[in-house]
Design a protein around this ligand. Structure first.
Ligand code: SF4
Ligand code: SF4
Length: 344
């Protein structure tokens, strides 16, 4: 097992050395109880204890706005040139729920036809996880989907052991970095302390919905006509916030913008949301999910049913962002609990 140790008072040196190699981003406090990933230059700027950031780190993998190509239609034959923008970034302090979200996106964008813009950016990102030793808040449901325990998807993974971090080195890139920094190897006492942290977590983090998660796809299969969807549909205002903040939502729109010369332009993609009324509108004026209840149902099925059918995993990582951000007070946990009660 490849574990190393970094004393807490050495974290600043670690961040500074890392930022000489590449841009470093990490969670930073933003007002009361809010956090955001942004560029940092020193450890003192980083919030080591934080509840999920306003936007997940997916913003570095698929930016909200992204140019895909430039085109020129002035000549006899139109020409276009693909644009792939990717910079080397170390994302420090990613919680396990967000690592799980990135694993979901990796599966989606690695499918054929592959999304080279996403994959190129992913290759350039150095991911450093940070364990939540304690439960974050009542909105999270990470224990339901087991995303509270690390299961890969990172280069390095930090766990706080009080006066020091134990660091799991998971990739060759990470091994080279750690060797270059001369970090000490973890002792038997350090790995025993790590096991204690995990033991504590297994009792402190409880399955928040009280249902065996393996039963969820079956419950969803029965719940297509549930009243739960009418209830959340009545309350939802279709703002799209829940999908924008979700670490595993990836829907996007593409649009061409023509410059004033009417000859050149660019193709750009932006985040989209299945909660917006026009999302499922098609030519001829048809809309496959005209009602808010249909769109809400779709959001939940994308997380707990369709993703299991296609990728054999839940696409909800239990981060709780959708509940935290919803102005209509729609709670993912409450919605699931009602659906479970109706359909077990
Ligand atoms: S955040 Fe709430 S109100 Fe907005 S679309 Fe999502 S469920 Fe509806
Ligand atoms: S559905 Fe909600 S709780 Fe689940 S991953 Fe998305 S934002 Fe987080």
């Amino acid at each position: 097992m490849n574990y190393h140790i970094l004393k807490k008072d050495e974290l600043d040196g670690f961040i500074k050395k890392l930022s000489k190699k590449m841009k470093v981003v990490a969670p930073v406090a933003k007002g009361t109880g809010n956090f955001a990933f942004q560029e940092v230059k020193a450890a003192s700027e980083i919030a080591l204890q934080y509840i999920p950031t306003i936007l997940p780190p997916k913003k570095y993998f698929m930016p909200q706005r992204e140019k895909m190509l430039d085109f020129d239609v002035s000549g006899a034959k139109p020409v276009d040139k693909a644009v792939v923008e990717a910079e080397e970034i170390a994302v420090f302090g990613v919680h396990t729920c967000d690592l799980a979200g990135i694993q979901c996106l990796n599966m989606v964008f690695s499918e054929r036809p592959r999304d080279y813009n996403y994959l190129r950016r992913k290759d350039k990102i150095f991911l450093i996880g940070l364990e939540c030793n304690d439960y974050c808040d009542e909105n999270a449901s990470c224990a339901l989907v087991s995303s509270h325990i690390p299961s890969g998807g990172y280069d390095l993974f930090f766990t706080d052991l009080g006066d020091r971090f134990i660091i799991h080195v998971n990739t060759q890139k990470a091994e080279e970095l750690v060797e270059g920094m001369g970090l000490a190897r973890a002792s038997h006492a350090d790995t025993a302390a790590l096991e204690k942290v995990r033991e504590h977590k297994r009792s402190a983090f409880k399955n928040e919905v009280g249902v065996d998660p393996r039963k969820l796809p079956e419950i969803f299969a029965k719940g297509v006509k549930s009243k739960v969807w009418e209830d959340v549909g009545r309350r939802c205002v279709s703002c799209g916030n829940c999908t924008n903040v979700c670490p595993s939502c990836y829907c996007f729109d593409m649009a061409d913008t023509i410059n004033l010369d009417m000859k050149t332009g660019s193709r750009n993609r932006t985040w989209d949301s299945c909660q917006v009324e026009t999302f499922a509108a098609v030519a001829g004026g048809e809309n496959f999910r005209e009602e808010r209840s249909d769109r809400q149902r779709h959001r939940f099925y994308r997380k707990f049913k369709y993703s299991v059918d296609k990728f054999y995993r839940f696409f909800c990582t239990g981060c709780g962002r959708c509940t935290r951000t919803c102005m209509a007070d729609i709670s993912l946990k409450e919605t699931l609990t009602s659906l479970v009660k109706e359909n077990v």
